[in-house]
Write a protein that binds this ligand. Sequence first.
Ligand code: GAR
Length: 207
Amino acid sequence: MVKPVHLGILASGSGSNAEAIIKSCENGRLKGKTVVSVLISDNPDAYCLERAIMHNIPAIICSRSGINSREEHDRNIVTELKKWDVELVVLAGYMRLISSYFLQEFPHRVINIHPALLPSFRGMHGYKDAVEYGVKITGITVHFVDDQMDHGPIILQKSLEVVFEDTEETLKERGLKLEHEAFPEAIELYCEDRLEIIGRKVKIKPN
Ligand code: GAR
């Protein structure tokens, strides 16, 4: 039996993606392939911490208060991740940039979900930006993290139609459903060792 991949989830907010991944490990496509070893939040008030606790996942706060630099904060997080024997780091609504120190510690082993079809609408408000711009199609992206914001090699994307009446809220509601499918799908590809990074591109190897 192959050893399951140990995931560490970083989240800053509600944690619906974190919970979708946790549920997938419990009873979905990730069952037997992955375990969530720890969830870490930089926000002491974030609901993601409660979601983790409800599923008996260790929930840790790595607060930024009193910390002077991004790297110092990331050192604390990396120490925790290593303590929990994490192999793959999953950014599930983690609203901070990752330092190059962090990336060196987890080379090609940090993935992020973004609420738009990259390279469109980078940043913190993918759904709002898509509605305001008036695009007819938007979507979601799962990608490897590199040293630029919302930039690394793309693992998968799913598209979403935008209708005239959409608001940020209605689009986000539909988009999150796609995110909750796509993130476990991408993690499964990683666990099956089917992702090969070639320059900017990710080749998905057949099963
Ligand atoms: C998700 O829509 C995710 O794509 C987005 O934050 C939300 C977190 O929701 N991430 C970014 O915007 C990163 N640039 P959740 O806390 O319910 O998973």
